[in-house]
Every structure is written in C-alpha cells, then in structure tokens.
Design a protein around this ligand. Structure first.
Ligand code: D9A
Length: 344
C-alpha cells in the first residue's frame, strides 16, 4: 500500500491512482481529428469504461471505440421519444447501411448524445478506416440490433421470455459483437453465442433493475422494462412499486428481479475463464464485477424505489484497480455472492 493508502485507506488510494491514469490519457489526444473526436466522446459518455477500453491494444481499441459509439447512436435514435414511430422504425432497420455512408446524418437526442449525432461523420470516418473483419462484425450486430429495437418499439415486455429477448437485442448482441472483434483481432477463440449473450444480459438486467425509478419517472412517457410476468404478482401497475405504502411488496419484487438476473453469472464466469488475453479479460471482467456488486447493493434495498442507488466511487475505483486476473474475478465474485447470501 502506498502513502495515500496508508493515510486515507484503500478506496482513496484507488481513486487517486485512477485520477492519475485518467489525466494521463486525456493528454494523449490522437492526431487525426476523427479519432480525437471518437475518444473524447467516449470519455464524456462513459467515464470508467473509457479507461478500460484504453488498455486494449491500439487495433482492437479503435474497433471497440467505434462499435461503442455506433451502438450509442442507435440507442439515441431508439430513446428519442420526439421522433414519430414511422420515422424511427426505418432508421433503426437501415442503420447498418447508413454506417457505410460518410455523409449520412440524423439529428436527435440531447446534450452529449446530440453532439454525437451532429458530428457522426467523424465516427463514420473512423469506422471506414477499420479492418474489414471489424467492419463486418459491427455491421451485422447493428443490423440485428436495429431490427430487434424496431420490433420492441410497439411491443411491451410482458413475459420473462420477452425480457430476455429485449435484453438480447440491446445487450446480448453487444457481447456477441465484442467476441467477434476479439476473434478478428487474433486474440481469442470465437466464444459460443450463448455465453457472449449472457455477458450482455447480466449487465443489462442489472441496469434495468437499478434504474427502475429513473425509467418510470422518464418525461414525457415512463419507460418500462421490468417484465409484467414478475411485477404483476405484487402490484397492478408497475409505477405502484414506488409508493411508500407498497414498500414491502416492492422489495419482494426487486429481490425476484435480482434473482432472475443472477441466473447468468455461471455463463459469465465460463465465458471469462476461457479468455486468453489479459487486457481482454480485464476489459470484460470489470463491468461484470461492478454489476454483481450493484446487485448485492440493490438486493432487499428499498432505496431503489426512492432514488438512485450508486456504488461508492471508491469501491468502483478499487474494482478497476484490483481486477487483473481470473483469480481476482473469482475472489470478487465470491465476495459479492457472500454479501448477497448474507442479505438473503
Ligand atoms: C459494453 Cl462495446 C456496453 N455496455 C456496458 C459496458 O460494458 C459492456 C456497451 C458497449 C460495449 C460494451 C461490455 C464490456 C466488456 C465485454 C462485454 C460487454 O461483453 C463481452 O458487453 C456485454 O454496460 C452496455 C450494455 C450492457 C447495454 C451492453 C460497461 C459500461 N459501464 C458504465 C457504467 C454503468 O453503470 O453504466 O458501460 C460506464 O463505465 O460508464
């Protein structure tokens, strides 16, 4: 432990180390304008994730950066409630063609996402510089995801099967696409789609569970991703879970959501244990460990219905610094599973 750690504790030390790493990266701006835009955009929209991407080798890192931004753009179209359905659906379905057209452009979204959409030609310029193996993987995933999102524009998440299907489109396909990028980079064997899918489902189900209140309070229209098959056992309307008089039912429902998500952890461990490249392992494992830690924090926690339940930044920093091998992953999974078990 360094001086900071000795004086202020391990979380403060981890935060300082991360701050230093982030500052170093921000000063290393790529020479080309489009790559500079891509990496600065990545930093703006996903603080900690941007740091982990940066540790991949240059080739794979560029492909993942572009993949991430293309997916974010697709998300921005899906999320923008001011776009009429008849305009939105064809954009989602055709998106995989648009990425080959440097002049394609569609303004929507707000804040950082509006900037991403307005300057999307930079992302497309970067995409067109990638190797064809990377381009084809990104194209195929964009095609399948756009079609899936279009399908769910007019369809609600009713059953647990719908829930898995929706999460497959928006997250499982990301896992499948990344596995193809790792393979195209010559770093990994091609993982089975079912295991790659589980990597995404686990992360996405944690987001959906944790973000209940934010999604239900969305203006102009609340967004509902919790499957009716689960919440209808406890309340008549999903929004009823946020009212104080339903606290007991709400927490029971929440616990069922967490239990449903935990199904995927075994596949996730199997996926990660097959990885050979240490940078790829870290890149995959850090979000997984954070997701399990978030589930442990949310379980039996009524605050999910009162505000945002967030991990301490220091704990996040420790996970980033201390996840360096498969053995670290097992240790972390064991630790957070034990915490969960105590709460059960
Ligand atoms: C990921 Cl290219 C995501 N999603 C994440 C981040 O991790 C996955 C979006 C685009 C890409 C990758 C991810 C990372 C490594 C391996 C993966 C993988 O599969 C093999 O995806 C499955 O959340 C978004 C989806 C879940 C929809 C896929 C991690 C991330 N973390 C946020 C923190 C947070 O709370 O959202 O983005 C961040 O660092 O800001």
């Amino acid at each position: 432990m360094g001086v900071v750690g000795a004086v202020l504790g391990p979380e403060a030390e981890a935060l300082v180390r991360l701050r230093v790493a982030a500052g170093r990266l921000r000063r290393e701006v790529p020479a080309d304008e489009h790559w500079a835009f891509a990496y600065s955009m990545l930093h703006r929209v996903s603080r900690s994730f941007a740091l982990v991407i940066q540790q991949l080798g240059p080739d794979l890192r560029n492909a993942v950066c572009v993949f991430y931004l293309v997916l974010r753009a697709l998300d921005t179209v899906e999320d923008d409630t001011s776009i009429p359905t008849e305009v939105k659906v064809p954009i989602l379905q055709e998106f995989h063609h648009h990425i080959y057209n440097r002049d394609w452009h569609f303004s929507c979204g707000t804040k950082d996402y509006k900037i991403l959409m307005d300057k999307f030609h930079y992302v497309l310029t970067a995409f067109l510089e990638l190797g064809s193996g990377y381009q084809e993987a990104i194209e195929e995933i964009t095609r399948r995801m756009g079609a899936g999102m279009a399908k769910f524009i007019c369809k609600e998440v009713e059953t647990v099967d719908d829930y898995d299907e929706y999460c497959h489109y928006v997250a499982g396909l990301v896992g499948i696409g990344l596995s193809r990028l790792f393979h195209a980079a010559g770093l990994e064997d091609l993982a089975p789609e079912s295991l790659s899918n589980s990597m995404g489902l686990f992360l996405q189900k944690v987001n959906i569970t944790r973000d209940y209140l934010e999604d239900i309070n969305e203006i102009p229209k609340s967004r509902m991703f919790w499957p009716r098959e689960i919440w209808s056992k406890y309340v008549d309307k999903l929004e009823d879970l946020k009212y104080e008089e339903n606290s007991v039912k709400a927490v029971k429902c929440l616990n069922e959501m967490v239990t449903n998500g935990l199904i995927h952890t075994e596949d996730c461990l199997r996926y990660m244990s097959a990885l050979k490249d240490i940078a790829v392992l870290r890149f995959c494992a850090i979000p997984q460990v954070m997701a399990l830690a978030t589930y442990a924090l949310c379980y039996n926690n009524v605050n999910v219905f009162r505000g945002v339940v967030k991990m301490r930044r220091g704990l996040t920093a420790r996970i980033i610094n201390e996840t360096n091998s498969m053995s670290d992953v097992y240790t972390a999974f064991y630790e957070f599973s034990s915490l969960l078990e105590r709460k059960v």
